[in-house]
Design a protein around this ligand. Structure first.
Ligand SMILES: NC(=O)C1=CN([C@@H]2O[C@H](COP(=O)(O)OP(=O)(O)OC[C@H]3O[C@@H](n4cnc5c(N)ncnc54)[C@H](OP(=O)(O)O)[C@@H]3O)[C@@H](O)[C@H]2O)C=CC1
Ligand SMILES: O=C1O[C@H](COP(=O)(O)O)[C@@H](O)[C@H](O)[C@H]1O
Length: 648
């Protein structure tokens, strides 16, 4: 399977740096036979101006844009590699069309010593910027009217085919098709896109469209042309029925995809929305029978990525028989949530937080996930995994890594993932005594009876699988030494939400201790990042209650998203699908991150299973097992979500 890479090269004279010829090279791996476009910049054009120009083309030029130099003799090529950067990084106003479908660019160094590698298309100095823009936009920005299935006949244009494998399933209906529609609605999908549903169920195109149409909604904040957009979208959706382990069935899919692609560059994205035991069959068949011949092929893999270190490593090994690491997009949809993505902005783009972000000022960090419903409908899957694997080892741990990482060298995917992996590898093995597990039991409230976990017909009656867990984790590095990171996750609890709570240390020698009272914990500053629902970031501070006396209370500096922003927050799957299409890997899990995450949790998971640890039973709809409070107290922590404040 091939990826397309773009390298922007400047041929410069050492004495003349940074001026010179510039070329944009579409560079398929192992293919030297490309057309190179050279541009002659004006005498005073600098690299930064060039980059600014590229930015203005909305081609998702990444802020982490990198350059590399190689030199010998008097001239050399400076190559600037760019991974296509999300539109959200780009100024809203732009005169040029967006370039969805653009390509991931790894760092490369070329040593052509001034020689042009292939066909050269010179452009006059004074038209440089316009020429560059037009060359860049011609790479993927398409203008012609649509043909029968939505594509033009021009063979130079690229196409993107998105195949949802397991299209008849829950996730596809609930999340993937609606997210793809939202991207289409927002104009974020490449112009020439086709969506295929693939599953064993027999369905016609019309039946798939009917199924998909039931899940589509338009944004509340912009609902104009909604039904028109839906029609356009549904016309691009097709269905192919096949077995997941049949190369012939995938070859038949390939034939259909080729008809849509019409001989143009074909980029293909597979979304594996199927149970994990058939991941490899599907990848093998897609790779051998239905991968792109001339564009990129990428595969989004859904969790679970194994159930422990060994099974995860085996899955990675098997995937890598058919795919390179760059083609594997392991999705953790929590990384696509708006406030999780905002974590780095909050921290690295505000002077006031980063200096406090360490053991010196932070007493503890809490990562809390709760759902107010049980495993309804997913008990069969869940019983083999449990809440630690379902939520903690991935979603909460990913948030923790992002929260605690050192400043990355840049926003490039590899730089960020390098820092996350360092955090994970610095973590202390989790001790069994630092883990509390629970399972919900049936409960009747207000005349309504709520089922126990084991009432689910797909769950064994004697199951010990935890539906709740709390754990204390530690990062043994200079920044976080001794700071407890408490995690708590549970199903069938009293509320639904996900949040990060940062509790700060007490103010030393606080002049107002008398006004606060003896419970200093009540006065500790707390930063809360409410990931969902009702997204917000707020900081709890001590404040003087207005009046003649000196009474303090706890008040919030509150950034409440619904009040501050009028736009609807995109679903995590939208962001992640768009990133996968654009080759942006920042929010996907690299294999070494995954290994580190499993290394942390596997020993304690094994211990829980080997010792048949009996979960603490808690009533459906309650606040979970009391053991979670003892665990927190042992580490001198109070759960922020269960605190004394009326308004938490
Ligand atoms: N649902 C959710 O909320 C979430 C799901 N995930 C993950 O996403 C993936 C898909 O989830 P979900 O849609 O719920 O899964 P489903 O159980 O709904 O399965 C998806 C499709 O796969 C096919 N399928 C199911 N079981 C088998 C089997 N034993 N052998 C062969 N084919 C089978 C079915 O299609 P057909 O019979 O037509 O071939 C089914 O429609 C899973 O890996 C899951 O862990 C991750 C996060 C959340
Ligand atoms: O991955 C999973 O996440 C969902 C919760 O996702 P959310 O975006 O709705 O918060 C959870 O219900 C499911 O058990 C788990 O597999």
């Amino acid at each position: 399977m091939k990826e397309h890479h773009f390298v922007l090269c400047m041929r410069v004279r050492k004495s003349n740096l940074p001026f010179g010829n510039i070329k944009v090279v579409p560079l398929p791996i192992n293919n030297t036979n490309n057309t190179c476009h050279f541009f002659q910049p004006p005498f005073s054009l600098s690299l930064s101006l060039l980059m600014a120009t590229l930015y203005s083309t909305q081609c998702r030029l990444h802020p982490s844009l990198q350059s590399s130099f190689s030199s010998s003799s008097s001239s050399f090529i400076q190559c600037v590699t760019f991974s296509s950067s999300p539109k959200r990084f780009v100024a809203a106003e732009s005169s040029l069309k967006s370039q969805p479908g653009s390509h991931h660019i790894p760092v490369q160094t070329h040593q052509h010593h001034g020689a042009a590698a292939a066909t050269v298309a010179p452009i006059e100095n004074d038209t440089f910027i316009e020429g560059l823009k037009s060359k860049l936009s011609s790479v993927t920005s398409l203008e012609e009217p649509l043909g029968e299935v939505g594509f033009e006949k021009d063979e130079n244009e690229s196409t993107v085919s998105i195949t949802v494998v397991g299209a008849s399933g829950d996730l596809a209906k609930k999340k993937i098709f609606p997210a793809l529609f939202a991207l289409h609605y927002e104009g974020c999908l490449p112009k020439n896109f086709t969506i295929y549903g693939y599953a064993r169920s027999k369905m016609t195109n019309a039946e798939l469209r009917n199924m998909v149409s039931k899940t589509l909604t338009c944004r509340i904040d912009k609902s104009e042309n909604c039904s028109e957009k839906m029609d356009e979208f549904l016309k691009r959706c097709f269905y192919h029925s096949g077995q997941y382990d049949s190369p012939e069935n995938f070859a038949a899919l390939d034939k259909k995809l080729k008809e849509h692609e019409g001989g143009r560059i074909s980029n293909r994205l597979y979304y594996l929305s199927i149970p994990p035991n058939i991941f490899i069959d599907a990848v093998k068949c897609a790779s051998l029978s239905a991968s792109s011949g001339n564009g990129w092929t990428r595969v989004i893999v859904e969790k679970p990525f194994g159930r422990d270190s060994d099974s995860s490593a085996a899955l990675t090994r098997s995937l890598k028989q058919y795919l390179t690491e760059d083609q594997i997009f392991r999705i953790d949809h929590y990384l696509g949530k708006e406030l999780v993505e905002n974590l780095s902005v909050l921290r690295f783009s505000n002077l006031i937080f980063e200096p406090l972000w360490s053991r010196q000022y932070i007493r503890n960090v809490q990562l809390i996930f709760s759902e107010d419903f049980g495993t309804e409908g997913r008990g069969g899957y869940f019983d083999n995994y449990g809440i630690i694997r379902d939520i903690m080892q991935n979603h909460l741990l990913q948030i923790l890594a992002l929260f605690a990482m050192e400043t990355p060298v840049s926003l490039d995917a590899e730089d960020i993932r390098n820092e996350k992996v360092k955090v994970l590898r610095s973590m202390r093995p989790i001790r069994l005594e630092d883990v509390v597990v629970g399972q919900y039991k049936g409960h009747t409230r207000g005349g309504v009876t709520y089922p126990a976990y084991t009432d689910d017909k797909t769950v064994p009656k004697d199951s010990l699988t935890p539906t709740f867990a709390a754990a204390a984790l530690f990062i043994d590095n200079a920044r976080w030494d001794g700071v407890p990171f408490l995690m708590k996750a549970g199903k069938a609890l009293h509320s639904k939400g996900a949040e990060i709570r940062v509790q700060f240390r007490h103010v030393p020698g606080n002049l107002y201790n008398r006004n606060i009272g003896s419970d200093l914990d009540r006065a500790t500053n707390e930063l809360v990042i409410r990931v969902q629902p009702d997204e917000a970031i707020y900081l709890k501070i001590n404040n003087k209650v207005p009046g003649l006396g000196m009474r303090l209370d706890r008040s919030k500096l509150n950034l409440h998203y619904a009040a501050r922003y009028s736009t609807e927050i995109p679903d995590a799957y939208e962001r992640l699908l768009l990133d996968a299409i654009e080759g942006e890997r920042r929010l996907f899990i690299r294999s070494d991150e995954l290994d580190a995450a499993w290394s942390l949790f596997t020993p304690v998971l094994n211990e829980l299973e080997e010792k048949h640890v009996i979960p603490e039973y808690y009533p459906y709809g309650s606040r979970g097992p009391v053991g979670a409070h003892y665990l927190a107290a042992k580490h001198k922590v109070r759960w922020g979500d269960l605190g004394l404040d009326v308004d938490q």
